[in-house]
Design a protein. Sequence first.
Length: 115
Amino acid sequence: MRRSELSEYIKETIVELLSEATPEEVDAQADLNRELEKTVALSKELSEDEDAEPSKAELAKSKSLAKAKEEVAQLTKKMKAKAKEYKAAEGDAKEKIKDELKKMTAEKKNLEKLL
């Protein structure tokens, strides 16, 4: 078989195979192609977002989260110290410490909400 005959045979075979597809199959394939195009576009968009450097607002937010965590840790340390003072205190001093602990607890809850 010569090269031109082989080429013609391949073309005929391809056309024959493609013409066997039903209109429903062609429509389904077209829908699939559209969905694949959407997926590719979304993947590119996502990779661009990941590759982009964080914005100033995102950096500030992460810094503020780190700062809030540090403040919670420091506040917890202070509260533990006050709790020891509370155990040793008597009378009005005990009430003052109790009020301070209540304020610290409220502040700690607000900071934890940020986290």
